[in-house]
Design a binder for this molecule. Structure first.
Ligand code: TRP
Length: 446
């Protein structure tokens, strides 16, 4: 159970890495899809509330545990539990996180593969003269061709694992640092364009004007799961990143920066996408294909559309890449700490995730009729259960561990902030985050 020796090169590098983990498909693909299917403004409001009330406290807890333990998630939990006189079995929480990450990465690679396919199509200018209906039909045809979907899934898996095999502190972070501001800029341009469309006003009203009638229990559960997913918390992935934190860096500041940026990116993507939806008379509840149909339509209206769209997908690819690296890192680090070489661990995890992702990849073709539970395909199951159930359960246990099990002086020290923040964080976690999370999860069982 030795300590990890890797460190992020600087404080900035840590923030960049966590932002890289947080900002990804969750903001640009999953968020608009979820908002669309869950009735608009109410989902958005709940999502923001959950990010602030649940996501942030759990994120602090997670990074704190990794930082204090300076080990891979399972070992950090076992070490800190023992130190506080608790049970070694807490390390099973690290295992639960590993399983969650495994399942999430399995479909994440499939969807990232879709964007890979689009990257090439975008530059070719194929989208330019097509109507939304034609673009939609082409997307469905692509999903229905197993070979193309699997090739892209495989490619993306190779991209991810080849970075993780050599450690996450490498050159990609620098690339990320350079290119992510460009992605934000492109989103702003897109919103600027959206403001000139006829659907802009409708989109804003639909997104921001609360409609209490739309609240159902499913909406609450979806919003909660999404808050965890988009912040990358609940499965120990940020625990692993916290272990590499430099000495003396303040956790609260890093965490707040990341959360605000994450919300901002989602809002920009949402405004852009729904302006297109409403100006083209499309259905907001178009499911996981929403982004893939609306963005080509939007960009093709701009002069030089192919270039815009292609650039957007390149930047999106980098954003998803840094997220998938974060998904893979804890699993690889855990195998590595058990004695395997890093490269071997990456190969094993990569192949396993790829294999388990195949049913998701085939859910729109060969396996479209296979619906193991309640009319849901493998893809539907992979995109809901780990996110809506496993992440919140993991988050609840992580928060509980940090405020009720771990030694308080340890926690204060690992936060590297003032004592007052620690007290506020602990009260909010104990008396708001944990009860609220429990309430929603218990509600979900009925
Ligand atoms: N947050 C990422 C996104 O929005 C996905 C992600 C990265 C993630 N690391 C994670 C989700 C860890 C859950 C746990 O695309």
């Amino acid at each position: 159970m030795s300590e990890v020796v890797e460190r992020w090169g600087s404080r900035r590098a840590f923030i960049i890495a966590v932002t890289g983990a947080a900002v990804g498909l969750g903001n640009i693909w999953r968020f608009p899809w979820m908002v669309g299917e869950n009735g608009g403004s109410v989902f958005l409001l709940l999502y923001v509330a959950f990010v602030l009330l649940l996501g942030l406290p759990v994120m602090v807890a997670e990074i704190l545990i990794g930082r204090a333990g300076r080990r891979t998630p399972m070992q950090a939990l076992a070490f800190l539990a023992q130190e506080a006189g608790g049970s070694r079995h807490w390390r099973l929480l690290g295992l639960l996180g590993g399983i969650t990450l495994f399942l999430i990465l399995s479909f994440y690679a499939v969807v990232s593969g879709w964007s890979l396919e689009y990257l090439v199509d975008a530059f070719s200018g194929d989208f330019a003269s097509r109507s939304p209906q034609e673009i939609g039909a082409a997307f469905d045809a692509f999903l229905a061709s197993p070979g193309r979907v699997i090739i892209n899934q495989t490619l993306f898996m190779v991209l991810t694992m080849s970075v993780v095999a050599f450690g996450v502190g490498s050159g990609l972070e620098r690339l990320n640092n350079l290119l992510m501001p460009l992605l934000y800029l492109l989103l702003v341009v897109l919103v600027g364009y959206a403001a000139t469309t006829t659907g802009f006003g409708t989109a804003l009203r639909w997104l921001f004007w609360p409609d209490p009638q739309a609240i159902t229990f499913m909406v609450v559960l979806n919003a909660m799961g999404h808050a965890f997913f988009t912040l990358a918390v609940g499965a120990g992935a940020l625990m692993a990143y916290g272990a590499y934190m430099p000495e003396g860096q303040s956790v609260p500041r890093a965490v707040v920066t990341v959360a605000l940026l994450d919300i901002l990116v989602a809002l920009l993507a949402g405004i852009a996408i729904f302006s297109i939806v409403f100006s083209q008379g499309m259905d907001p509840a178009s499911g996981p294909g929403l982004m893939f149909v609306t963005l080509p339509v939007a960009f093709s209206q701009l002069p030089g559309g192919a270039l815009w769209l292609g650039s957007f997908f390149i930047l999106l690819l980098i954003a998803t890449w840094t997220s998938s690296i974060n998904l893979a890192e804890p699993m690889v680090a855990m195998l590595h700490s058990a004695g395997l070489r890093r490269v071997t661990s990456a190969l094993l995890i990569g192949s396993g995730v790829w294999l388990v992702g195949l049913p998701s990849a085939l859910s729109f073709s060969w396996l479209s009729d296979v619906q193991p539970i309640g009319g849901m395909t493998f893809f539907d199951l992979a995109t809901t259960i780990p996110t809506d159930i496993l992440l919140p359960v993991g988050g609840l246990l992580i928060a509980f561990f940090a405020v009720w099990v771990m030694d308080a002086p340890r926690a204060v020290q690992a936060l590297s902030s003032n004592e007052r923040f620690f007290v506020i964080w602990r009260q909010v976690t104990r008396w708001i985050a944990i009860p609220l999370l429990t309430l929603v999860l218990v509600g979900a069982m009925f």
